[in-house]
Design a protein around this ligand. Structure first.
Ligand code: SAM
Length: 345
């Protein structure tokens, strides 16, 4: 296979986006994501910065245009700035820089935003599930104060890590009454420059005790915001975009909703996920990944690694979310789905 041919799977999906989990550790224990009782990978099993860079280059040669660092909490990874500096040097086959971004819980953003920007990071997405300090502390389960995340967001904006997105996972009965206050806050502060996105609580992993009745469908999120601040739909900007975009009719900016549960978007999935120890996952809901670390640490050259990734992508036939109800009945197979803190959302 040519090193630069666009990769297309049997459903005509091209690979353009790679999410890289740089650590499986996190300083928060968000109730919908991690349980208290976690075990983490030993250091020797984790890809080094050089290995991450080498794999990222292989994906870029195969068509990836956007790289997102995630985790765990990516800002806990030692020398993450050095990794960013390496990735910022990568160019697509036609010479363009990548869209290089990172998803963070914001706990270290105040301290690290400037260094991330200096290293070449373009923008950040910050996860924030409530403005109310009590609710936020309960949801992160380690009593972390919301003010520190807000300070981190303000600092990221000051140093130019934008456009910033803020992601709120909505869990019915836990934080759904924070939807309108969050919308109001981000309309009224930050000059409309931050896009708030509401994510449906997903049935990832096996430890969060997910229940369908705790999912608030995105359609209801839009209704609730619209009742206060009327919204109108916007066209998608890019194929494979997971968020449906809505604009405030009064010009106060936009919000997005990510309806992974009620409106699956497998049909134009353009993304691959790399776990902390180098396994390639083609779906957030996959049971197993493909071991790329064995190739990196074996006697394989770059062309062979690209060819192996190409074969994996062109053979992919997953569309979990579209088949969700049928597959949920199949939990007796003994196979456990990967956890979100391991694969990075
Ligand atoms: N620590 C970073 C952060 O908090 O953004 C990156 C990793 S975190 C696993 C990535 C995203 O996944 C976060 O926005 C988090 O809220 C989201 N997430 C985790 N579990 C989820 C679930 N069950 N449903 C929907 N989103 C989830």
């Amino acid at each position: 296979m040519s090193d630069t041919a666009p990769l297309i799977d049997p459903f005509a999906r091209a690979i353009t986006y790679l999410r890289v989990s740089v650590t499986d550790r996190c300083d928060l224990r968000c109730v919908y994501c991690m349980s208290e009782d976690m075990s983490f990978l030993p250091k020797a099993e984790i890809l080094s910065l050089e290995e991450l860079d080498r794999l990222a280059s292989a994906f870029v040669r195969l068509g990836v245009r956007k790289l997102r660092l995630t985790g765990g909490e990516p800002l806990l990874r030692k020398n993450v700035e050095r990794l960013i500096a390496m990735l910022a040097e990568l160019r697509t086959p036609d010479g363009a820089p990548l869209d290089l971004t990172l998803t963070t819980n914001g706990s270290l953003l105040l301290r690290k935003a400037q260094a991330l920007k200096d290293a070449g990071l373009q923008r950040v997405t910050v996860s924030l599930d409530a403005l109310d300090d009590g609710i936020f502390r309960r949801m992160n389960d380690v009593d972390f104060p919301v003010a520190e995340v807000l300070d981190g967001i303000a600092q990221a904006q000051r140093v130019g890590l934008g456009p910033i997105k803020v992601n709120m996972v909505v869990k019915r009965g836990t934080n759904d009454h924070e939807i309108v206050p969050m919308a109001r806050f981000f309309r009224e502060n930050f000059g409309g420059g931050i896009v708030l996105r509401f994510i449906e609580y997903m049935d990832v992993g096996a430890t969060n005790g997910w229940r369908m009745d705790e999912v608030l469908p995105s359609a209801q999120v839009v209704e609730r915001i619209s009742a206060e601040f009327p919204l109108e739909p916007l066209e998608a900007q890019l194929p494979g975009e997971t968020a449906q975009r809505w604009r405030y009719r009064d010009g106060g900016g936009e919000v997005g909703v990510i309806s992974s549960v009620t409106q699956a978007f497998c049909h134009d999935c353009n993304r691959a996920r790399l776990s902390t120890e180098g396994k390639l996952f083609l779906c957030l809901f996959a049971h197993q990944g493909h071991d790329l670390r064995a190739l990196l640490r074996g006697d394989f050259d770059d062309a062979q690694i690209s060819a192996a990734i190409g074969e994996i992508w062109t053979g992919r036939d997953d569309r979990y979310s579209e088949l969700r109800s049928a597959l949920q009945a199949d939990t007796g197979s003994g196979q456990r789905r990967v956890e979100m803190h391991y694969i990075g959302g």
